[in-house]
Design a binder for this molecule. Structure first.
Ligand code: CMP
Length: 211
């Protein structure tokens, strides 16, 4: 049996969609590594539930409470059925102390998360829902878009956007419709195309000036 299979057998557990792994503010006793499925990291606000991130296979979460002895900084809910490795504090510490590569990956991941959190704040500061959606998609097209003959393709699930952007599903649908009509984005089966990021940014400036 490979090392990974042994880990999966020892620490792996299946969880159904909708299962609440933990809530914001609870004491934290484990960290998790996603093997399959997706997990929403959420924050409850007066205005509703904000999704800070949706994590997939290979990603981890729940390490902060173990590292800083603080309550959970956010909640975690299964967005799909999935299998997670559930690691207790002793094994987590042994993993970090015993393996510099794991520690380095952890630090890289944490700095990436901080950058994404900063970007999310930037999006949330925009009041106009269309600006929020367009800014998010333009940035995604520049960071992780795939170049095609028609522009940068962002593989995004539109259903994931409203939680992430603090909007209702209707507000996202209306924003997308406006941006499509203005030819700033195009909907394709794989996600969203941003034909010209420069034009999209000018559209954003126009929206903000007239907000
Ligand atoms: P912890 O505070 O133990 O519990 C909630 C977890 O969500 C936290 O550890 C991180 O692993 C994860 N988390 C918190 N904030 C973010 C964020 N902005 N993006 C991605 N993951 C996060």
């Amino acid at each position: 049996m490979s090392g990974e299979d042994q880990l999966s057998q020892r620490f792996g557990r299946e969880f159904p969609k909708g299962h609440v792994l933990f809530r914001d503010g609870e004491p934290g006793h484990e960290m998790y590594v996603v093997q399959s499925g997706r997990v929403n990291i959420t924050k409850s606000l007066q205005t509703g539930e904000l999704v800070l991130a949706t994590l997939g296979p290979g990603e981890f979460f729940g390490e902060m409470a173990l590292l800083n002895n603080q309550p959970r900084s956010a909640g975690a809910v299964m967005a799909e059925d999935g299998r997670l490795l559930v690691v207790d504090p002793r094994n987590f510490e042994a993993m970090i102390r015993g393996n510099g590569e794991i520690a380095a990956r952890l630090i890289k991941k944490l700095s990436g998360r901080l950058q994404e959190a900063d970007e999310q704040i930037e999006d949330l500061l925009l009041h106009n829902p269309t600006s929020r959606v367009v800014q998010h998609l333009v940035r995604a097209s520049q960071r992780r878009g795939r170049a095609t003959s028609k522009g940068a393709l962002v593989a995004v699930k539109l259903d994931d956007l409203h939680g992430r952007l603090g909007l209702t599903p209707d507000a996202v649908a209306q924003a997308i419709e406006k941006a499509v009509k203005s030819r700033v984005i195009m909907l394709v089966p794989e996600g969203v195309l941003v034909p010209d990021a420069g034009k999209a940014k000018k559209y954003l400036q126009f929206l903000e000036k007239n907000a």
